[in-house]
Design a protein. Sequence first.
Length: 116
Amino acid sequence: MRFDRRSAFPGLLRGLGVVVMSASLVSAHAAGDPMRGKEKSEVCAACHGADGNSPTPAFPRIGGQHTDYLLQALLDYKAGKRKNPIMAAQVEALSKQDMADLAAWYGAQKGLYVKR
């Protein structure tokens, strides 16, 4: 049996198109909405501050942190990969979209900066 590149190429392109479209739909769904994050952040503000800049050194400043880092941290707390009983309880009822929204909100805030 002989391989015919011309007949295989259109099928390959269709398959590649499906993969690319699927990936874009997944990332669009996982993208956080900062305004929804603001609405969901009331509980978080008790420790981290309304804009993510905690007034006390006992809690991390999360304002201005990279959104993908914040989302991964929340997912890790939920999965038990990060160990903190307070945070584990806070993320327990959150969906992945809730966590993406919160990460988008806090990532959009001003955070610490380094003077140069």
